[in-house]
Design a protein around this ligand. Structure first.
Ligand code: CS2
Length: 473
């Protein structure tokens, strides 16, 4: 007998206080859970309207469940499930951009949060400035109904300004350094071209707190859906599968102080997020990407499979040795303990986080994950053989051919350019890719040329696994 479809539990429905752009698995496993906990502790009208900027899949899956879904905590000793019913609606921007703008301009909405991934900010990854050549930005400059995330933010703020309403707080939850300043910068860049007076108002009244978000949440698979059905006896087409760990450090700077009681939900409200952000982007995301490229090339499907291989277990520890001198620990945190905890999180066999998934969009990820650390190590005269191998691993990966001659399905906004730029040989590929200034600023590229070529030669002539063993002393 087929299992009953999950339905929304009976109970009061809070008013909508948040519109979230980019409703993927991560935000449903993270922000939606924090906001649910905050309302359970302290109340408030913080129901969420989710917005998908591209595909209708999440809306189509959640609608028959009245927007409820299961959050599944994958602890090493077994899963725990919980129904999350904080969503009040899900909109699909390309189908109805007007509905998205009216939701964002609603006076009850105090926060617009975002998980639109690195590329969703339409910025130049090396400089952080808005890329006015981006097709969606070109469109949004001349149309009232936008396509891009910066476009929706600017046009909705414009409506609020015209209606005499306060702006909403823009709460970015993407893995970008100084993410609050970055989103503020792209919004102001776009607003200034549309209407300088609007830009002045946003600059004066708008709030763009920086955040550090952390919870490992692989994409949900059909196997996961079947597992949830076995566990609960309910059919949920869109559960989210995540690790037990979660951490949210948020700069406490909201318009009129209006926000859910995130402290009650366990978030850390701080004046300055920088130290949390640097630690997480460099130690977690930096090694995630390193393991993704090299692990994929070595034939490992997931991060837990990769670190179960003793060569890569030693390699990731070597990466942390190279990263830690370039990280200032946030108050109360020991970096070696943080690294140990990361290792345990990566090793959790219940988390099937594919190396291929993390390898996506490397051109947008490399600067904040690996290149900042390398820049600081170079300035301090410290060598970084394991991190240079990670950069070489990315180069080999985006060249598009794996170690057995198979084609790699490279997903990246620059995928075509990267594949065409790479050559068959290691030194040529390194020189050509290092010359892409939207990823590698010229001064850094000059310093990286020799050590990355050395790492690439090792990688091309041996294998990812042998190269990882060789840089781990
Ligand atoms: C991962 C992140 O896919 C990726 O690039 O590195 O999604 C990572 O799992 C999260 O940032 C963990 O908080």
């Amino acid at each position: 007998m087929p299992a009953d479809r999950l339905t929304r539990p009976d109970g009061p429905r809070p008013g909508t206080g948040i519109v979230h752009l980019g409703l993927g698995a991560f935000y449903r496993a993270f922000g939606c859970v924090y906001v649910t906990d905050a309302m359970q502790a302290s109340g408030g009208d913080w129901g969420i309207v989710g917005v998908s900027l591209r595909s209708p899949d999440t809306r189509d899956a959640l609608k028959p469940q009245d927007w409820a879904y299961m959050s599944v905590t994958l602890a090493p000793d077994g899963p725990q499930t919980r129904v999350i019913d904080v969503l009040n609606d899900v909109l699909v921007a390309p189908e109805d951009p007007e509905a998205v703008l009216s939701a964002m301009a609603d006076p009850g909405v105090k926060i617009v949060s975002l998980t639109v991934t690195e590329k969703g900010y339409c910025h130049n990854p090396a400089t952080g400035a808005l890329n006015f050549d981006h097709a969606d930005i070109q469109h949004d400059l001349t149309h009232d109904l936008p396509r891009s995330a910066p476009g929706f933010l600017v046009r909705a703020l414009q409506r609020r300004h015209e209606a005499g309403l306060p702006p909403f707080t823009v709460l970015t939850c993407d893995n970008l350094p100084h993410n609050g300043a970055l989103v503020r910068g792209v919004v102001l860049d776009l607003a200034r071209r549309i209407d300088p007076a609007l830009a002045d108002w946003i600059a004066a009244e708008g709030r763009f707190p920086a955040t550090m978000v952390d919870r490992i949440t692989p994409a949900t698979t059909d196997d996961d859906i079947a597992q949830v059905e076995r566990l609960t006896g309910r059919h949920d087409t869109a559960p989210v599968m995540h690790e037990p760990f979660r951490q949210w450090a948020v700069q406490d700077d909201f318009v009129d102080g209006a926000r859910p009681d995130l402290v009650a939900a366990g978030a850390q409200m701080v004046d300055d997020v920088t130290a949390f952000e640097d630690m997480k982007l460099r130690m977690l995301n930096g090694t995630h990407s390193a393991l993704a490229y090299l692990g994929y090339l070595a034939g490992h499907e997931t991060i837990s499979d990769t670190v179960a291989d003793p060569v890569f277990a030693a390699y990731v520890r070597q990466c942390w040795e190279e990263i830690m001198p370039a990280v200032a620990a946030p108050p109360g945190i020991s970096l070696p303990d943080y690294a140990d905890a990361l290792f345990d999180r990566y090793a959790n066999p219940a988390i099937r986080h594919r190396t291929w998934q993390i390898a996506m969009d490397g051109s947008q990820k490399l600067p904040q994950r690996l290149l900042g650390t390398l820049r600081e190590n170079i300035a301090a005269g410290r060598e970084s053989p394991a991190l240079c191998l990670a950069v070489a691993g990315w180069m080999r990966y985006v060249a598009g051919t794996d170690e057995t001659g198979g084609t790699i399905d490279v997903r990246d906004p620059l995928a075509d350019l990267l594949r065409d730029t790479a050559t068959d040989a290691a030194p040529g590929t390194v020189t050509a890719l290092l010359s892409l200034e939207q990823i590698f600023p010229a001064d850094l590229a000059a310093h990286l040329a020799a050590p990355v070529t050395e790492a690439a030669s090792l990688l091309w002539s041996k294998s990812a696994r042998a190269a990882a063993a060789e840089v781990t002393s």
